[in-house]
Write a protein that binds this ligand. Structure first.
Ligand SMILES: [Zn+2]
Length: 173
């Protein structure tokens, strides 16, 4: 068995592994909406809400000495946005974790979470977040069963804008 670094692995593949490892029920079914807060809790990651500057969505810090990972989300943001930010921070976490990287930190400005970002690490984490919250296999299946954009957004508990963008990426819209 060889260990493969997550860097170089696609964000979609990594998110898919996380889903398989942590989010399927005993019958192998994925319950939606995906709950990144429950996932963080399962991983021992402490998530809290705080007063951050308006342009800041959230941050993640991993400290080796404390052997702890903490995420702070902007408490002024809407719930959907906080959820996406957390999923994005978990992207940073998994990218570093499987690399054996025990100290890291990211402060995410709004621009880092925008689909048009240019930083490779941020783009990776955004793709991870999209796949975690709106897994391609699940969206494709339900879309093929006739679920429209509004219903998909509602059931996956994301904004219609986010789901619309996801459908485009999956070549469904
Ligand atoms: Zn980031």
């Amino acid at each position: 068995m060889a260990e493969v670094s997550v860097v170089g692995k696609s964000a979609y593949a990594c998110a898919h592994d996380v889903i398989r490892e942590h989010l399927l029920d005993s019958e192998g079914m994925l319950n939606i909406p995906v709950d990144p807060f429950g996932l963080a809790s399962k991983l021992g990651i402490e998530v809290s809400f705080g007063q951050l500057s308006e342009g800041t969505a959230g941050l993640i810090v991993r400290e080796a000495e404390a052997d702890a990972t903490r995420v702070l989300l902007n408490r002024s943001d809407a719930a959907n946005r906080q959820k996406f930010t957390l999923a994005h921070e978990l992207g940073h976490y998994f990218r570093h974790q499987s690399d054996g990287d025990h100290v890291f930190g990211y402060v995410d400005e709004r621009a880092d979470l925008a689909s048009r970002g240019t930083n490779e690490e941020e783009i990776w984490s955004n793709k991870f977040a999209a796949e975690l919250l709106m897994p391609g296999f699940a969206v494709r299946q339900l879309y093929s069963e006739g679920w429209d954009l509004r219903r998909l957004a509602r059931e996956f508990a994301v904004s219609e804008a986010a789901m619309g963008y996801r459908l485009q990426n999956l070549g469904l819209a």
